[in-house]
Design a protein around this ligand. Structure first.
Ligand SMILES: NC(=O)c1ccc[n+]([C@@H]2O[C@H](COP(=O)([O-])OP(=O)(O)OC[C@H]3O[C@@H](n4cnc5c(N)ncnc54)[C@H](O)[C@@H]3O)[C@@H](O)[C@H]2O)c1
Length: 320
């Protein structure tokens, strides 16, 4: 049996404490170190999962891989440090707070041929994985990711929410979009001035496919829905409830002398391909890359496209 991968986790906040649990539970890894400048939070999480705590990143000689779940503003400096130390990196999304910095980080990982994973977690949602196994030729995708307001999040919804569904659309269609149109809305009085609360984005793809992606944080309930239309079927995914329904239209006719409508549709509810927690599947994929059993170059190539689309979606629109 190979020795467990020794992991340092940076950031013990909301996402960091989930990563800590998943790393500590993995039989293939050891949570060796937890880094967070906030001593009370850092030591509490470190103790809970049997790790050492440090206020800042020490020498990485004893570490095989790093997970960064610190605040996005801190990502760039941490990522450069880790990659320059020739250490594999799983970094929360977005990779950095600007596209230029994200490009630099991906390029550095490429130059050093290091595993780099971005926490685009919805790729590992069991319902998404099930839909992906079913689809053949998607033509039209719609996605809605709406939430009640969360004052904790200071960035706009494009980097926070839209990036997930843009990433899914790219993955499902199988290429980056060739056109990006967007409209942003600024509504909430507590939001930073340049941080949008609503983003409506339309993506056009080379093969003619279209995706319409909607993100909002002025909703009254959490909605996470994805509809994938092919020529002969509709695959509906509820990412929150984690279920998939496939519809195939058979026939329709008018009834009651034209006052009513009857439709016949075949509905199929497939069994999910996995029930594993997305963070666990993502971490296991990262370990495959660290151990060299999965293709690091292919993984790195998936990171920039969604970041480029979000940058374009923000850049191309004015206020209102
Ligand atoms: N993949 C997802 O679905 C998802 C969901 C939520 C958040 N995120 C991402 O996770 C990251 C963290 O978000 P969060 O909601 O957990 O934030 P948070 O504010 O709860 O936690 C951030 C933690 O990072 C620590 N920190 C700040 N600077 C640091 C530094 N230089 N070194 C070490 N630690 C530092 C803070 O002390 C804090 O404990 C963000 O990049 C965010 O975009 C991803």
């Amino acid at each position: 049996m190979t020795a467990p991968v020794r992991v340092a986790l940076i950031g013990a906040g909301t996402m960091g404490s989930h990563h800590a649990r998943v790393i500590a539970q993995s039989p293939r890894a050891e949570l060796a170190l937890l880094v967070d400048p906030r001593q009370a939070v850092g030591t509490e999480v470190a103790e809970r999962f049997g790790a050492e705590w440090a206020p800042e990143l020490p020498d990485l000689a004893e570490i095989d891989a790093v997970v960064v779940a610190a605040a996005t503003e801190a990502h760039y400096e941490l990522a450069v440090r880790v990659l320059n130390d020739d250490t594999a990196l799983l970094i929360e999304k977005p990779v950095a707070d600007s596209l230029a910095k994200t490009r630099e980080i991906v390029a550095l990982a490429e130059t050093r041929d290091l595993p780099l994973v971005c926490g685009l977690l919805e790729r590992y949602n069991p319902a998404v994985m099930t839909a992906r196994a079913l689809i053949e030729h998607p033509l039209h995708i719609t996605a809605a990711r709406h939430s009640p307001y969360a004052p904790r999040i200071r960035t706009g919804v494009a980097w926070d929410l839209l990036v997930h569904d843009v990433d899914l659309a790219i993955n499902l269609i199988g290429s980056a979009p060739t056109s990006v149109e967007s409209r942003l809305g600024y509504f909430h009085p507590d939001s930073a001035e340049s941080a949008e609360d609503v983003a409506e984005t339309l993506l056009g793809f080379g093969d003619g496919a279209i995706a319409q992606v909607s993100a909002s944080r002025i909703g009254q309930r959490k909605i996470r829905q994805l509809s994938i239309n092919e020529a002969e079927r509709l695959i509906e995914v509820d990412l929150l409830r984690r279920d998939v329904t496939v519809y195939h239209h058979v026939s329709e006719n008018l009834v009651d002398e034209g006052r009513g409508y009857r439709q016949q549709t075949v509905i199929e509810i497939p069994e999910l391909v996995t029930s594993q927690e997305p963070l666990t599947t993502q971490f296991s994929h990262f370990l495959d890359l660290v151990e060299g059993t999965s293709d690091a170059a292919a993984e790195r190539a998936t990171i920039l496209p969604p970041h480029e689309v979000i940058d374009a979606a923000i850049a191309k629109t004015g206020r209102g």
